[in-house]
Design a protein around this ligand. Structure first.
Ligand code: GDP
Ligand code: MG
Length: 326
């Protein structure tokens, strides 16, 4: 049996080879997977210059996605929107303000227009906007204004399910505090500054725009002593995205070329178990009617009996393989 790198295809193969699922269940699950995989996913990244939008895209979807694009060199500091595409995934890397008032106004207009664009059925072109802000920046005003004055009005009443706010560079924000190398986690102090910035932002957005959005603190390139930088809290960020996306788009995140570096998905604040949340999300998506992963005794799907448990096992195995968490 040949393995597939596409999540839903590998899962479909595993389902068809399973000896514990009956033929009817197999057919139901295959049909469901087939419905869910025939989609496209458009994610737009926006935010001021230098906050790490491109770094975030690379952290999530690997260097290849961005590297494939011809315009990489020219795009990084230009006014052009870069568009990266692979399979059903389309990523829009939107340039930030340059300080030139006229150009900036034009950029905002373009961004607003892209976000309001819909197809004939009224389905938006852009499924999700991820606004990246720099937690290390003392002044977050320009990013904040971008959210409140450009993005939220353009998203209209769907802003809640189409907007994720990320506070990047938590490593740089926590200057003075150290990574706890003995425990291999950030020391509690490392999180305090970005988290309080996140609550402040959340409060301001709620107050000004009625937006109930909790920014996710993360680092696309957590710089570590004597080691190459690697992401921190990436799983939390991607979880937030998957949780908000409409049902028919969720699986596409897994079918996208997710970063396949071994350590990319490992380090998180562990406030909740993001991997478990991800497994639950996927299980509920594929096994219609399931809730919270239908866990029994902690086992994914086990509440639904033998077949649920088998699907739970297959989902778990594939999630862990995709995110290198075996
Ligand atoms: N310390 C730190 N630096 C980062 C992080 N993410 C990105 N950077 C750096 O920030 C700079 C700007 O990143 P880039 O992705 O080009 O920003 P963009 O203009 O928003 O696309 C680069 O030098 C990155 O290496 C992070 O999590 N921590
Ligand atoms: Mg960039």
């Amino acid at each position: 049996m040949q393995n597939s790198t596409v999540f839903s295809r590998q899962l479909a193969m595993d389902i068809s080879h399973s000896s514990l699922l009956d033929e009817f269940k197999k057919a139901t699950l295959q049909l469901r997977l087939h419905e869910l995989e025939a989609q496209s996913l458009n994610i737009l990244f926006a935010g001021p210059q230098g906050v790490g939008k491109t770094a975030t895209i690379k952290a999530l979807f690997g260097d290849d996605l961005v590297g494939d694009a011809l315009s990489e060199q020219t795009a990084s500091n230009s006014l052009e929107v870069s568009r990266y595409e692979k399979g059903g995934l389309v990523v829009w890397d939107y340039p930030g303000h340059t300080g030139h008032a006229e150009q900036d106004a034009l950029l905002d207009m373009q961004l607003g227009a892209t976000l309001t664009e819909c197809d004939g059925d009224g389905t938006p072109l852009i499924d999700m906007v991820v606004v990246v802000l720099d937690a290390a920046e003392r002044n977050l005003n320009s990013g904040y204004r971008l959210i409140c004055e450009v993005i939220v009005p353009a998203l209209g009443d769907q802003f809640d399910s189409r907007l994720v706010v990320g506070l990047n560079k938590v490593d740089a924000a926590s200057y003075g505090y150290e990574w706890d190398f003995a425990m291999d986690t950030p020391s509690p102090e490392v999180e305090i500054w970005p988290e309080s910035t996140a609550s402040l932002l959340r409060h301001c957005m709620l107050d000004e725009s009625g937006l109930e959005i909790a920014p996710v603190c993360y680092a696309a390139e957590f710089a570590r002593k004597d080691d190459i930088a690697r992401p921190f809290n990436l799983l939390k960020l991607v979880n937030e995205m998957v949780s908000k996306l409409p049902i028919e788009k969720k699986l596409m995140v897994f079918d996208a070329p997710l970063n396949n570096k071994t350590m990319a998905w490992h380090e998180s604040d562990d406030r909740i178990n993001y991997l478990v949340q991800m497994e639950n999300n996927l299980f509920d998506l594929i096994y219609e009617g399931a809730k919270d992963g239908a866990r029994f005794g902690g086992l994914l799907g086990a509440y639904l009996g033998k077949q649920g448990r088998e699907l739970g096992y297959l989902v778990r195995r594939n999630v862990r393989r995709t995110l290198h968490q075996e």
